[in-house]
Write a protein that binds this ligand. Structure first.
Ligand code: AMP
Ligand code: MG
Length: 309
């Protein structure tokens, strides 16, 4: 091979090693499709380790796998590790912060509505009332965000330039894009077909959407979705189609997206005004979009929610 051809080949190989190429993997875990894309020298190692992390979290926190730590605790035989206890403590604090709108103890209610067995139906009021006084846990509203946060800790340990992880609609970004521009994350149109708008985020961020279109069933011509108001035991009816939360902390983002969906625009805005760690985009049933003033949103008309009333 001529020398100049050798040089070009070496340059091409080096370009491939400088982190411009990514490693990508799709998985089906936690009852949802996940997509990992990671750039950098250790990208393959990072993908493998995050894959293992997600499988481990799924096997620990699944509400339907009888061998999970969560199921054992729900069956009355808890054997938590220190790390698991720390997560439960954080969830309790976050639940209090949302005034109980996020409630990690809705296992019996979700079961009564048939969501675990894919046998969804409207339960009787008596069944709902009984389920509300049952303390068994379900962390479906928080565990993907926790997974994103744990994945970020792994990425920080490794030689990784940047990553974007789609954990079943929970988007976790890490680092900045090769050209230094912001990550662009679409907010899904609940009626299908594309986005209602696009949020721009810089660096490491968790962007989590809770919506009435993600899991639902129809009975007698009425739609019932999977996010419950813990006060009534019925699907939350707060006038929203979806809420997207942007927060550096994945667990907080996931808890708040579920809680704000239950709380609605007014109460959600009040919580945001008391807080300084998240931003939110509310999509109303009317089609209106409201976004807190720290959100960079494009591709739609929207009202800005200011800090001061
Ligand atoms: P998300 O998509 O993060 O809003 O989570 C929805 C999931 O969280 C549901 O499928 C249930 O497993 C669980 N869930 C439903 N309602 C609540 C609630 N009010 N608080 C906590 N978890 C909930
Ligand atoms: Mg959530």
């Amino acid at each position: 091979m001529r020398r100049w051809m050798c040089l070009i080949l070496i340059c091409l190989l080096l370009a491939g090693c400088t982190g411009q190429k990514s490693v990508r993997k799709e998985l089906f875990l936690m009852d949802t499709v996940m997509d990992l894309q990671i750039w950098g020298k250790d990208a393959q190692t990072a993908v493998n380790r995050i894959d293992a992390l997600l499988r481990q979290l799924d096997s620990r926190w699944s509400a339907t796998n009888p061998d999970s730590a969560l199921s054992k605790a729900n069956a009355g035989a808890p054997a938590w590790t220190a790390e698991e206890q720390a997560l439960l403590k954080r969830l309790e604090e976050l639940s209090q912060r949302t005034d109980g709108a996020f409630n990690p103890c809705l296992y019996a209610l979700i079961d009564a509505w048939g969501f675990y067995e894919d046998a969804q139906h409207v339960p009787t009021q008596q069944e709902i009332d009984a389920a509300l006084s049952d303390g068994r846990m379900d962390l479906g509203g928080a565990i993907k965000g926790y997974a994103g946060q744990q994945a970020v800790e792994l990425l920080e340990e490794l030689n990784v330039d940047r990553a974007i992880l789609n954990l079943g609609g929970n988007i976790q970004t890490y680092g900045s894009k090769p050209d230094g521009s912001a990550w662009q994350i679409g907010i899904q149109n609940p009626d299908g077909g594309g986005n209602i708008g696009v949020v721009s985020v810089e660096g490491t961020m968790s962007v989590v959407t809770s919506g009435d279109y993600q899991r639902y069933f129809e009975q007698d011509g009425k739609r019932y979705h999977h996010i419950f108001d813990p006060e009534t035991g019925w699907p939350a009816a707060s006038g929203l189609r979806s809420v997207t939360v942007l927060c550096r902390d994945g667990l907080t983002a996931d808890v708040l997206s579920t809680a704000l969906f239950v709380m609605g625009l007014e109460e959600g805005t009040a919580l945001w005004r008391q807080s300084h760690d998240f931003e939110a985009v509310f999509l109303l049933e009317s089609g209106e979009i409201w976004a807190t003033d720290g959100v960079v949103l494009s591709g739609c008309d929207y009202e800005v929610i200011e800090r001061e009333e």
